[in-house]
Design a protein around this ligand. Structure first.
Ligand code: AMP
Length: 297
């Protein structure tokens, strides 16, 4: 594995690989790797000759007062994890390398960024799409792997790639969970032991939502209310509980076809997000709870 921190080196490395007939798989991250990140690297490794993973804690996607400065970092651990997943290039640019001058250009995807996380974090997705567009431009034609943990982010990036004809195939990968169901996140490191136990209630609440739909509930508002109650019973304070059509995140009243139930919760001072998707038809309900890792919890 080669570690690079220069934009030009990464661009050249990818160009050379493609020139030699190799395909490129890209995994953009903010580091502090867990099994969710590793699953993306493995998926990229399975399909591509050259696997590039990037670690960049992007200031543009953090608002003042958010956790930019305290965001967990562990370069040595990340490098070891990336190497063991067979990553070829680990790109770890500095802020000055990515933004040598204050950027005057941002990428904005409308509508899809309005609600859900965009309501509480109005500038967040512009920061994400701007840095991901830069990475796509540097890496060039490739497949880029993103987790369905960040369901709205995936939808926004896929739409950006479509709208701008970017030569990138955006691939969504399964949400990976801890043994007790908590969605893996670098931010879980912030949780105190008490909050960590309470955070597992997010998954239990979503699973209860799935049971409610399996028992026949088809009204989106009723489902949201039931989820809010189920969360409150577990001591959870939701920032939002939303039920949307999964293809375009449109709001819906009647539950049918492919839907996503997405939540954000504050547990202590930590903001966590999670979601589950369901496919609803006359034949019944199929729920995608993600991948629950094995363990003793
Ligand atoms: P982050 O480092 O949090 O910006 O995440 C980098 C990539 O890993 C994004 O595409 C995330 O959606 C993905 N990711 C983060 N957590 C998980 C998870 N628990 N399961 C699957 N993918 C994840």
């Amino acid at each position: 594995m080669i570690v690079m921190d220069r934009v030009d080196d990464l661009r050249r490395g990818c160009e050379t690989a493609r020139h030699d007939g190799k395909s490129v798989g890209l995994v953009p991250t903010m580091g502090y790797f867990h099994e969710g990140h590793r699953s993306l690297m493995r998926e990229a490794r399975r399909h591509h000759d050259l696997v590039v993973t990037t670690i960049f804690v992007n200031p543009l996607q953090f608002a003042p007062g958010e956790d930019l400065d305290s965001y967990p970092r562990d370069f040595a651990g990340d490098a070891a994890a990336a190497e063991s997943e067979g990553v070829d290039i680990l790109f770890t640019p500095s802020v000055a390398e990515m933004y040598p001058e204050p950027t005057r250009t941002t990428v904005h995807v409308s509508d899809l960024t309005d609600g859900l996380c965009g309501a509480e974090r109005p500038t967040h997705f512009d920061g994400v799409t701007t840095v991901v567009a830069k990475l796509f431009s540097i890496v060039g034609p490739c497949s880029a792997y993103f987790g369905r943990k960040d369901f709205q982010q995936l939808a926004v990036i896929a739409r950006m790639a479509t709208d701008l004809d970017l030569p990138v195939a955006v691939v969504g990968c399964p949400l990976v969970r801890e043994p007790d169901g908590l969605a893996m996140s670098s931010r879980n490191a912030y949780l105190s032991p008490v909050d960590r136990r309470r955070a597992a209630g997010i998954f239990q609440t979503l699973r209860e939502g799935a049971r409610i739909v399996e028992h026949g509930e088809r009204n989106a508002r009723a489902l949201r209310r039931a989820l809010e109650r189920a969360g409150a019973d577990r001591g959870l304070e939701f920032e939002y509980v939303e039920v949307r059509r999964s293809s375009d995140l449109a709001t819906i009243e009647h539950l049918t076809d492919e839907i996503v139930v997405a939540v954000a919760a504050r547990v202590g001072t930590t903001r966590l997000i999670d979601n589950l998707t369901m496919q609803i038809s006359d034949a019944g309900v199929t729920t995608d709870l993600g991948v629950i890792t094995q363990g003793s919890a």
